[in-house]
Design a protein around this ligand. Structure first.
Ligand SMILES: CC(=O)N[C@H]1[C@@H](OP(=O)(O)OP(=O)(O)OC[C@H]2O[C@@H](n3ccc(=O)[nH]c3=O)[C@H](O)[C@@H]2O)O[C@H](CO)[C@@H](O)[C@@H]1O
Length: 406
């Protein structure tokens, strides 16, 4: 019951109950970067409008690492465990959900939020149910082109369900659905390639290939990077591979180029400047998580996508297919990894092709997703607050006091 104890000890928001300016929101977004990043983006937007937010995250290492950069927000760790059909895993899941529900009920009673917003995953269910039981408006956001288990089950409790363009949820009551892209954190912007490379300690003049495996890293892509980086370096292409936490300690190697000089190969366990890294890249090889795809579109960086073949309901394949159909990149099945190096070699040298992808990415970028979501949440919770501030990227953050995790 440590989490419940932590909740009763957790700091209250600045302004307290007597502060009537702005509204209070709970955002359930833990378990993986793909849920956490849009949750942080929404928090940034709501706070810039004068509201107060608490973000509910999981106990996973990746959540802890991702939130390090946002000490001005209040994060609470909610009990939860991933779903499993195996008896021990199922028992753990049910027990943690029960603890999560108790946690959620106390939290919602204490905070009296104007709405609870969930981004899916195993930490969402308990807090959404708690909000529903307390008759608080509930909204759900699905990032993937195949809705996940949590969103499918909880959609009946929600007043609003945000789904990616072209995605439907059978049985969803009319009027509940709003088609919406993924809110992207405000630090993710296109930077000049040369300065982005310099910031990452890369040569600003040499092409860059970036390898990304989502928030946890992808062993198949890391192995491929290790096997091919020296050959790319010989051709004068620098490689930057983000391996995932615990999958390497960080390495920088210089290889000889065929034409003289050297090219760098960097392996890093985590990147907390994803906008800079994507801006530095001529081409990205990546898994097809919805968060990464939205950020690639925002930064206008072409990609070769290798969907994670074991993702629930093969949703990464559906994400990648949509992205490819819109002209944002190309897709290759993991079973065809031997075709990846020739494809990368051909594409990274083909400026005409890369430019076509960049043009399509500009059209794919859902730049207004955050603004639309905030306007809709305002409306769901009774209209705009007394003194709204703009959600522009230049607005100062003034989140709840005592930004903390517990
Ligand atoms: C294996 C799996 O099922 N993954 C799912 C998980 O994605 P997962 O969390 O793996 O990956 P996503 O690509 O969706 O998002 C990763 C997020 O983490 C950030 N990041 C990542 C690595 C890093 O070093 N630094 C960093 O900041 C990225 O900038 C991005 O914002 O949730 C997504 C959203 O539901 C799904 O689409 C993915 O299919």
């Amino acid at each position: 019951m440590a989490a419940l104890h932590a909740l009763t000890q957790a700091p209250r928001h600045a302004g307290g109950d007597g502060d009537v300016s702005g509204k209070r929101f709970l955002i359930a977004c833990g378990g993986t970067g793909g849920h956490l990043s849009p949750g942080i983006a929404l928090a940034e937007g709501l706070v810039a409008c004068g509201h107060r937010v608490t973000l509910l995250i999981s106990h996973k290492k990746v959540d802890a690492r991702l939130v390090e950069k946002y000490p001005h927000f209040t994060f609470l760790r909610i009990p939860g465990a991933p779903f499993s059909w195996k008896p021990v895993g199922l028992a753990r899941f049910l027990w943690q959900q029960l603890k999560g529900l108790a946690f959620g009920l106390i939290l919602v009673r204490r905070e009296r939020p104007h709405a609870v917003v969930g981004f899916g995953g195993f930490t969402t269910a308990s807090i959404i149910l708690a909000g529903f039981l307390h008759r608080v408006p509930v909204a759900l956001h699905e990032a993937n082109h195949v809705p996940g288990r949590a969103i499918r089950r909880l959609s009946k409790l929600a007043r609003r369900v945000y789904l990616p363009p072209g995605v439907a949820l059978p049985g969803l009551k009319e009027g509940k659905l709003l088609s919406l892209g993924l809110p992207v954190r405000r630090e993710i912007v296109r930077e000049a390639a040369a300065s982005a490379r310099t910031a990452l300690d890369l040569d600003p003049k040499q092409p860059v290939l970036v390898i990304l495996g989502g928030s946890q890293g992808a062993t198949a892509l890391n192995d491929w990077a290790r096997a091919n980086a020296a050959a790319f370096a010989a051709d004068g292409v620098q490689t930057y591979c983000v391996t995932g936490l615990g999958k390497n300690q960080g390495e920088v190697t210089e290889y000889l180029r065929r034409d003289g000089g050297t090219a760098k190969v960097i392996f890093s366990p985590f990147c907390d400047r994803m906008g800079t890294l994507m801006s530095a890249a001529d081409l990205v090889v990546s898994r097809a998580g919805a968060g990464t795809l939205a950020e690639l579109a925002r930064c206008g960086t072409p990609s070769v996508l290798i969907p994670f073949p074991h993702a629930a309901d093969n949703h990464q394949e559906a994400n990648a297919r949509y992205f490819m159909e819109q002209g944002g990149g190309i897709t290759l099945a993991q079973s065809c990894m031997d075709e990846l190096a020739p494809a990368v070699r051909e594409l990274i040298a083909n400026e005409t092709e890369l430019r076509k992808f960049r043009d399509a990415l500009q059209r794919l970028d859902q730049a207004n997703a955050l603004g639309v979501m905030i306007a809709d949440i305002e409306q769901l919770t009774g209209g705009t607050s007394a003194a709204p501030k703009t959600a522009s990227s230049s607005a100062p953050l003034h989140a709840s006091a005592g930004g903390s995790t517990s």
